[in-house]
Design a protein around this ligand. Structure first.
Ligand code: 13P
Ligand code: ZN
Length: 293
């Protein structure tokens, strides 16, 4: 490299901002801290992927500087086709990393990766210090991004978590999409307005596989929330806040359910009231999930 190239490179570095102050890093830290605080993500439970804007990332990182290439994660990763996302950049929680620790050490617990040109791996641009890799649920995350982008071009976030009451409800409530969604809608007045598309449900499946990724992304064509029976939940949205809020609302409703399921039910929100709410908020809701005549 010539002298002028060195000068240019040094110049670019000088004007580059500190990544630890980047909104997408601080938001990831705050979201992981909140999820841990709420007891949704014990140990390394849960994972998040957030698609970033290339121009915004370039304010902080040299996009030509690849730290290392990481093979695609997951069971049977070789059969996983991520080619529609080639070149896209994501900030992703690391496999085996604890949400509890993200805020104090984002560089070890998070990574910024770009889907490699051959679609067979990811290029690490920042993070995963000490040899970390993307979450083992990377296939599910990427397949869900593809599914949600097809129905909502503004979708950016896929989030997986093990929220306590949602999980508890899996053991005592029928795992039927209509019945499960209906029960949740009955538990808090604004549930139908927050997730009018309802909650999809998968049977228990082996995590980390392409199969669970394919099944989850198929559900994501119609739902932004998908329960993995006896495991946890997936959410998708435009922002970290929106996606967190979706899971938070399901978890709150599940908590009310778990606090009341063993007691005689005296009052409830009626289906006709839910219709009024959906109309007030102007949301398109799953009419077939209500029992209206
Ligand atoms: P990772 O540590 O690989 O992200 O896995 C956590 C998890 O919740 C698996 O479903
Ligand atoms: Zn999990």
């Amino acid at each position: 490299m010539g002298f002028m190239d060195d000068i240019k490179k040094a110049g670019k570095k000088l004007i580059r901002k500190n990544i630890l102050g980047a909104p997408f890093v601080t938001e990831m830290c705050d979201t992981c801290a909140n999820m841990y605080r709420l007891g949704w993500d014990e140990r390394n439970g849960g994972n998040i992927s957030y698609m970033l804007d290339e121009k915004e990332v370039a304010e902080y990182l040299d996009l030509d500087e690849v730290l290392r290439t990481i093979p695609l994660m997951g069971v049977n990763a070789a059969a996983f086709d991520v080619s529609p996302l080639i070149g896209k950049i994501f900030i992703v929680t690391g496999t085996g990393k604890y949400f509890k620790n993200v805020k104090d050490d984002p560089e070890t617990n998070l990574g910024i990766v770009r889907i490699a040109k051959d679609g067979k791996g990811v290029e690490l641009l920042w993070g995963y210090e000490g040899g970390g890799r993307t979450t083992s649920e990377f296939p599910t995350h990427m397949m869900c991004h593809m599914a949600r982008l097809a129905v909502d071009p503004e979708n950016r976030v896929v989030m997986h978590s093990h929220p306590t009451n949602t999980l508890a409800m899996n053991y005592v409530h029928e795992l039927d999409e209509k019945k499960f969604t209906h029960t949740l809608w009955e538990m808090c007045t604004e549930c139908i307005a927050v997730f009018p598309d309802g909650v999809g449900i998968l049977p228990w499946m082996l995590c980390g596989t392409n199969e669970i990724g394919e099944a989850t992304s198929k559900k994501m064509q119609e739902f932004r929330l998908v329960v993995w029976s006896m495991h946890g939940i997936y959410g998708a949205g435009k922002t970290l806040d929106e996606t967190f809020g979706l899971i938070e609302t399901v978890e709150k409703a599940a908590q009310i359910y778990m606090l009341t399921a063993h007691l005689p039910r005296v009052n409830t929100i009626k289906d006709e009231d839910m219709v009024k709410l959906a109309e007030l908020f102007g949301v398109k809701y799953r009419k077939d999930f209500l029992d209206m005549k």
